[in-house]
Design a binder for this molecule. Sequence first.
Ligand SMILES: Cc1cc2nc3c(=O)[nH]c(=O)nc-3n(C[C@H](O)[C@H](O)[C@H](O)COP(=O)(O)O)c2cc1C
Length: 242
Amino acid sequence: MEKTVSEAIAYRRSTRIYKNESINPEKVKQCLVNASLAPTSSNLQLWEFYHITNKETLTQIAKACFNQSAARTAQQLVVVVVRKDLWRKRAKANIEFLNKAYDREGLSEADLKRKKMVMNYYGKLIPSVYTDFLGILGFFKYLLFQIVGLFRPIYRQTRRSDMRIVAHKSAGLAAENFMLSMAAIGYDTCPMEGSDTLRIKRILKLPRGAEINMVIGCGIRDGKGIYGPRFRVPFDEVYHKV
Ligand SMILES: Cc1cc2nc3c(=O)[nH]c(=O)nc-3n(C[C@H](O)[C@H](O)[C@H](O)COP(=O)(O)O)c2cc1C
């Protein structure tokens, strides 16, 4: 039986050594379906999930992760990839989906208003935020928005670096969905940013615009696979009731 959300959160630990015991790739894939259900900025889903089960590729990726044991002993690996470069394609997919959703007779006034709003959102606002040229356009938008922002609330994340954060933020949420789904079925994981991302991109034959968000080791925890009790700073230090 699957664990509850709280049970899965408590069970999930970064596992550095896995048992030499296979895990079911179909189950891992299902956990990746759950990953793709994570919330994402503007529903642009600027992510891809590479599920590595091939022995040779596993060895290559583990090497690119500096052969750390969480990668070396993993039965399978998942690479969460950020595809900010696909924003046009994803915006178009949203428009097509919405066109179908609103393709019926007798739309109410409120429906028509909402349709116009979302079409403007994906047809005009998203391109105005995501269009950039070598970071230059983004920087000028940023300056302009800072000036407008003196007078009214405005979206400020327009520089190339801001847009990268936006995309990686959503990918991180997908990664956590994945790891919790794995925990819920008794599978273990370890998120890793300790890797040579350029080498990983080459191994996976990813285009220039793709970015590695994290590599996730997958398997079943060995008795010595968790390096110690969980440490968190006191909750009071991070909790602020306003
Ligand atoms: C973005 C990210 C990158 C991480 N990179 C590594 C890594 O390269 N190697 C590793 O052993 N652990 C890595 N970790 C795991 C953290 O060390 C771990 O989450 C933290 O110590 C808390 O332990 P817990 O996950 O068991 O609660 C990473 C975690 C995150 C979220």
